[in-house]
Design a protein around this ligand. Structure first.
Ligand SMILES: Cc1cc2nc3c(=O)[nH]c(=O)nc-3n(C[C@H](O)[C@H](O)[C@H](O)COP(=O)(O)O)c2cc1C
Length: 83
């Protein structure tokens, strides 16, 4: 089951990258997705296949923000390099 989470997030991340490339605003949305799990009618309205649940989401829309390169703080994600 865990691979389903990985697949879904990989898809959403690629959607976010594509949106950014197109100058479209995008934001990963987890809070609303989590909250929706408590609302059976809302989940049903999504029309997902039987047995599926919402795992992640991406809001997209027009934005006035101009994306530009920025320095990433690499210390935010601990990384071990194996020899
Ligand atoms: C897995 C994930 C879930 C997120 N869920 C939400 C959300 O529910 N609501 C929201 O406003 N932003 C959400 N975000 C966006 C973050 O709040 C933040 O804007 C984004 O990660 C960029 O952060 P940074 O500029 O510090 O790199 C989420 C981001 C990630 C990676």
């Amino acid at each position: 089951m865990l691979f389903a989470y990985s697949n879904a997030v990989s898809i959403v991340e690629n959607m976010a990258l594509a949106a950014t490339d197109m100058g479209v605003g995008a934001c990963h949305i987890w809070g609303a997705v989590l909250a929706s799990l408590d609302d059976e009618d809302l989940v049903a309205s999504l029309g997902l296949p039987e047995g599926f649940i919402p795992l992640c989401g991406l809001s997209v829309g027009k934005t006035d923000e101009v994306y530009k390169l920025r320095d990433a703080d690499l210390s935010r994600i601990a990384t071990d390099y194996l020899d």
